[in-house]
Design a protein around this ligand. Structure first.
Ligand SMILES: *[C@@H]1O[C@H](CO)[C@@H](O)[C@H](O)[C@H]1NC(C)=O
Ligand SMILES: *[C@@H]1O[C@H](CO)[C@@H](O)[C@H](O)[C@H]1NC(C)=O
Ligand SMILES: *[C@@H]1O[C@H](CO)[C@@H](O)[C@H](O)[C@H]1NC(C)=O
Ligand SMILES: *[C@@H]1O[C@H](CO)[C@@H](O)[C@H](O)[C@H]1NC(C)=O
Ligand SMILES: *[C@@H]1O[C@H](CO)[C@@H](O)[C@H](O)[C@H]1NC(C)=O
Ligand SMILES: *[C@@H]1O[C@H](CO)[C@@H](O)[C@H](O)[C@H]1NC(C)=O
Length: 585
């Protein structure tokens, strides 16, 4: 018994005491919400920075989704903070003492955008906070604008590991038997792939995007060139007896002698220079040129050039897509020493291996051309009536057509020098041979010492892909708005530590504070929870209340009379007001 009395006294004392405290839960939650709101903005910034220039494929969930969540959280947190700040500010304002007009204005401005706007410049911090928190809704769209997708090309340095024979293995091409060439199956396959322009597939992990790298592979390099020039004058062109070049041709149908116009050939040869001699591809080019920009008008030359190309390790600049390569250019690294010159004087049954010979010979089929120029029977000097006979005896119309320089026909007859075209074709054929030989088990025995099919290339990789692009100007707009809103909500918390139990603007609290008759029994310091505890079961009703008016003066003596007012009171004392009813007070 004593204990329970003590307990209730203790309870009442703690409940009813005026205990302003910094550690009040609602203001602290509100302030925490402001911190959360700012943190969400920082998270948005982090998302924008992290996704900038990142490939779209690396984000399974788009940054816009994260941004939407972050901005929704920021707005919710800010709304929560404002919800707790407005009543605090009101109570603080009334605790400082303020006119009823100002208190009402503050309440209205704090609760509705429309009312805040109606009070315009006098809306105060509560009004601005309400407005800004409402405007914060555009933060979401602003953040969405801050990130977009664009197409980006990026180049990175990479290392590529691949397997490719830097040299054709000895005997790759087949055999020479009694000076006849018998190509190997590998050489036939490679030749056919070259003719069909089949893709060159490298033994490597596929490159993502476009890779460029230099690789070592078989090819040829020029070892020796000799050339002879015949000058040609205007008179010679119209003289059927004029000669140039190493031979004359005769056309029975024209009954005319002709001179060389274009001669091209690639032949499989050998040379026997010490120490061991090697196979070689001999390129012969005979080119007629007249009225060229170089020699001037009515002037020209016939140039016959013979060049030896020996097998070599080349460095090829490749463009690789996936694992398919195309050759861009090449340069010589070093000549190889694993091909042997064969001899036509060997006995018939003696079989001699050939390395690149079969490929060189195949190339020759496509390159060989021998076209002649015949002067037309009724040609006169000044009348340029020539006959080109590309069919010749062993001519090749396609080759003549390919190298005839039509862009310069206004000058005369000119050809493009076919040398680099022919040699790069031969190199491509040999490169394909290297690719085909890469898988050979005994390749190291058949190539020069110190060479390996394992190659590590340093190149670059160009990828074109969709990436996210962040535009922080939009973020700045959203952030400024957010900071403004926080700056207007924050001061509303001011003075919470001077208020008792940090009340909300609940009707019961207000009733208690305004000393409502129906709450007379409740201790004024217990707040809404005290009201519920003490008179929680009392039924209240809003309507017409009959109440005794205080002592009035009537006919010179004190009197009390019944008056009717509109209000909230215990249900039994309240009647439903009738339409048109007048209230005295
Ligand atoms: C790539 O390598 C080249 C030279 O090898 C160098 O100049 C360039 O700066 C490198 N680029 C990058 C992005 O590392
Ligand atoms: C270059 O070619 C000429 C004519 O074919 C020949 O006489 C000479 O020996 C060759 N020189 C070399 C180094 O191959
Ligand atoms: C060409 O040579 C033949 C025989 O030598 C001669 O008869 C003819 O007149 C010459 N033609 C010209 C245009 O010089
Ligand atoms: C023809 O060209 C050669 C070499 O370009 C030059 O030396 C010669 O003078 C030219 N002849 C005429 C007639 O223009
Ligand atoms: C071939 O021999 C020459 C001379 O000895 C040497 O410089 C070159 O490196 C050799 N080639 C290869 C591919 O080993
Ligand atoms: C080119 O063809 C002619 C016959 O039209 C022939 O006389 C000549 O020898 C050929 N040239 C070569 C290098 O084979």
């Amino acid at each position: 018994m004593r204990l329970s009395v003590l307990g209730s006294i203790f309870d009442r004392q703690s409940e009813q005491a005026w205990n302003p405290s910094v550690l009040s839960i609602r203001p602290l939650l509100g302030l925490l919400a402001l911190v959360v709101s700012i943190a969400c903005m920082l998270v948005s910034l982090a998302i924008l920075l992290a996704s900038d220039n990142q490939p779209v494929t690396e984000w399974t969930i788009q940054p816009t989704v994260y941004l939407a969540i972050a901005s929704a959280l920021a707005n919710t947190a800010l709304g929560f903070a404002r919800y707790h700040a407005i009543p605090l500010a009101w109570w603080y304002s009334v605790s400082k003492g303020n006119s009823i007009r100002d208190l009402e204005r503050q309440w209205e401005a704090g609760h509705s955008v429309v009312l805040a706007l109606r009070h315009n410049v006098r809306m105060g911090f509560s009004g601005f906070a309400t407005l800004l928190v409402a405007i914060m809704i555009i933060d979401g769209p602003l953040l969405q604008r801050a990130t977009s997708v664009r197409f980006a090309t990026e180049t990175a340095n990479i290392t590529i590991a691949l397997r490719l024979a830097p040299e054709l293995p000895s005997g790759f091409g087949g055999n020479v038997i009694n000076s006849g060439l018998w190509p190997s199956a590998a050489a036939i396959q490679v030749s056919n792939d070259w003719k069909m322009r089949a893709p060159i597939v490298l033994d490597m992990a596929p490159c993502n995007g476009i890779c460029r790298a230099a690789v070592r592979a078989p090819g040829v390099t020029r070892s020796n060139c000799t050339s002879r020039i015949w000058p040609i004058t205007d008179e010679m062109i119209y003289d059927p007896n004029a000669t140039w070049g190493n031979w004359r041709t005769y056309d029975p149908s024209l009954q005319k002698l002709g001179n060389p116009l274009l001669f091209t050939s690639v032949e499989d040869r050998n040379h026997y220079l010490p120490p061991g001699g090697s196979e070689l591809a001999q390129l012969t080019i005979g080119l007629f040129g007249f009225n060229s920009p170089d020699t001037g008008p009515a002037n020209g030359t016939y140039v016959n050039t013979v060049c030896d190309y020996i097998p070599a390790v080349l460095e090829y600049a490749l463009v690789i897509a996936g694992n398919q390569a195309t050759i861009e250019s090449s340069r010589t690294v070093e000549p190889t020493n694993n091909t042997l010159a064969y001899s036509n004087r060997l006995p018939r049954e003696h079989i001699q291996p050939t390395t690149m010979g079969a490929l060189t010979a195949y190339m020759g089929l496509f390159v060989t051309a021998n076209a002649s120029l015949y002067i037309h029977s009724n040609s006169l000097a000044g009348e340029e009536q020539w006959t080109i006979d590309p069919s010749g005896m062993s001519g090749n119309a396609a080759t003549v057509g390919k190298y005839l320089d039509y862009t310069k026909t206004a000058y005369g007859i000119l050809f493009v020098d076919p040398t680099s075209d022919i040699i790069s074709s031969l190199n491509e054929l040999l490169f394909r041979g290297g690719v085909a030989a890469t898988g050979w088990a005994n390749i190291t025995d058949l190539t020069d010492e110190g060479l390996s099919v394992e190659q590590v290339l340093h190149g670059n990789q160009t990828t074109t892909q969709n990436v996210y692009r962040s535009d922080l100007r939009w973020f700045a707009g959203a952030a400024v708005l957010e900071i403004l809103a926080v700056m207007f909500v924050l001061p509303l918390f001011f003075g919470w530590w001077t208020l008792g139990n940090a009340p909300l603007l609940s009707p019961m609290e207000l009733g208690l504070a305004f000393d409502a008759p129906c709450l007379k029994e409740v201790n004024s310091a217990t707040g809404s929870s005290g009201v519920v505890q003490k008179v929680g079961d009392v039924h209240l009703k809003y309507g017409a209340i009959h109440t005794m008016n205080g002592p009035g003066i009537e006919d010179g003596r004190e009197s009390e009379r019944m008056v009717c007012r509109l209000g909230i009171a215990e249900s039994q004392n309240v009647q439903k007001p009738t339409r048109g009813q007048h209230f005295e007070v």
